[in-house]
Structures are given as C-alpha cells and as structure tokens.
Design a protein around this ligand. Structure first.
Ligand code: 15L
Length: 270
C-alpha cells in the first residue's frame, strides 16, 4: 500500500480541481475519481458513486492511506437525485473503504447541515460544531447524513473521519454573507492536509473557513487539528458592503447560516 496516496473524489469539480493542484505540495500523491473524465488525468477512475458496482469502487480505494470525499451534488436538487449521488454514493464509498481497510476519510460536509441555525447576534458566542443538525435543504440533509454515517463507521469499524463543514470555498467572497463563510483555496488545502495528518481524530466535526474577521462559527476545533489559516475575507468587505449593504438578519434570506439556501436554494443545474 502507498502511505502517502490519497483518493480524491469529485476531482473534476470546483474544489477538487484546485485540490488537485494544491495537495501534492503537501507531499500527497493523488488518485482521482469523478463521474466525469478528469482533464489531463487519463488514469482517473471515472465512475458515479451512486450507481458504481462494488468491484470498481473497491479497486478505486484499494491501497490508499485516506480518502478526501468531495464528490456529490453541491447544491439543492430533487430528493431522488440527492439520495443517489450524496446518500447512496457516500455509503458506497465508506463500504468500499471498510472492505479495503482504508483508515481515514476527510468528508466534505457543509454549513448547510446546520443551515437553519440563526446567525449569531453581535457579541454572542460563535456556533460550535456540536450545535444540532438543522439542514436547510435536501442537500444539507445529505451532509447531516454523511456526518452520521461517518460516526457509524467510526464506532462500528474504526474508520476515522474529519467532517469539514465547508463555508464558501471560492476564489473570493461574492456576497456579504461570504465575508463570514469564505474558505480560500489555500486555506482549504491547509485544512485538508491537517485533517489527513492529525492523530486519533475519531470522528471530528469542524467548520471550514478562512480566519475571517466576521466569522460566525468556531474555528478552534479545526485549529486543534493543526490548521493554521492564513486568509481573511476582510479586504473584500468595503466593496461588497458598498454594493449590497450591511448584513440584515431581519431579512429571512440573511437570518441563518445557510443564507439563501433557507429561502430560495440555488439548484443543481444537471
Ligand atoms: C455549499 O455547500 C455549496 O456547495 C456551495 O456551492 C456554496 O453555495 C456554499 O455551500 C455556501 O454556503 O456558500
């Protein structure tokens, strides 16, 4: 087996594409998986986790030290599509990991697992990872499920997972909400590397953001894994606030961590 080889699922996606560039810089050799062909990666495992046969999936995970699981629908969709891609897909991946003896998963959970949590008032405490699940969509529900699945595989089978409730992993924040939720690509790679290397994580849930001045949730659990974020969205604040106005938690679209996912969720186009 290859101690520094990581299987990256969703390797052709928005976050996966950037992690393909950045994670090798931390010494990881990547094996790639996606339902779509991965550009410039003829060796990628091209399969749909929701429908793949067991043998193909076991072959994809065989011998890796860990899995970074990004694959899935990343916006709201029909329950049936979420069920196949995110719920069955994540189950199938863990089952293959169990069968092949893979010991560590980094799961791309989402703030939308707790999206209906109210934005903390000024001076109130930051939201901790053990706040109750309050999914804001079927998409968020699939992330709540993934976190519970990770706990099950930890307790029954000893597979360790860091569930990272990613905020908004984009080149730059694009909304006033994003000033609180932004995760730069560089910090995302730093956090995934910490989650891959921290000892004895059991099942640990952390938030995934840069060190934003306007954070809503507690990054201490991520820092405890060794994550040292370098970015802060604050330099984008003046322009975004001039354009859109200050955050207004009296507006239902801005009242909860999940933002517009709570009122009119963006939908998966495919
Ligand atoms: C997510 O979970 C989505 O995958 C992403 O597209 C963003 O919308 C992000 O959350 C967010 O909350 O900004």
């Amino acid at each position: 087996s290859a101690p520094r080889t990581v299987l990256l699922t969703g390797a052709a996606g928005g976050v996966g594409t950037r992690m393909r560039e950045l994670l090798p810089g931390y010494g990881w050799t990547l094996r790639l998986l996606d339902m779509h062909p991965v550009p410039d990666a003829p060796d990628a495992h091209v399969l749909d986790l929701g429908t793949a046969d067991t043998d193909a999936l076991r072959t994809a995970v065989r011998g890796v030290a860990a899995i970074v699981h990004l694959a899935g629908i990343s916006l709201e969709s029909t329950f049936e599509k979420i069920l196949a891609a995110n719920i069955r897909g994540t189950y199938a991946l863990y089952e293959a990991a169990r069968a092949e003896g893979v010991r560590r998963v980094v799961f791309a959970s989402s703030n939308h697992a707790v999206g209906f949590t109210p934005v903390p008032a000024d001076g109130a405490g930051l939201i901790p990872p053990d706040t109750p699940h309050r999914p804001d969509t079927f998409y968020g529900l699939s992330k709540s499920f993934g976190e519970d699945l990770a706990q099950l595989y930890r307790d029954r089978h000893g597979i360790e997972t860091v569930s990272v409730r990613i905020g908004s992993c984009q080149p730059a924040p694009t909304s006033v909400r994003g000033l609180s939720t932004w995760l730069s690509f560089g910090d995302c790679a730093r956090l995934f590397h910490a989650a891959l290397t921290a000892p004895d994580v059991g099942h640990t849930v952390v938030y995934g953001s840069s060190a934003n001045t306007r954070l809503w949730w507690d990054l201490a659990p991520a820092r405890a894994l060794g994550y040292a974020p370098r970015d802060d969205s604050e330099p984008y604040a003046a322009e975004l606030i001039a354009q859109h106005g200050e955050l207004d938690t009296g507006n239902p679209e801005q009242a909860h961590l999940g933002g517009e996912f709570c009122t009119h969720p963006p939908r998966w186009p495919h």
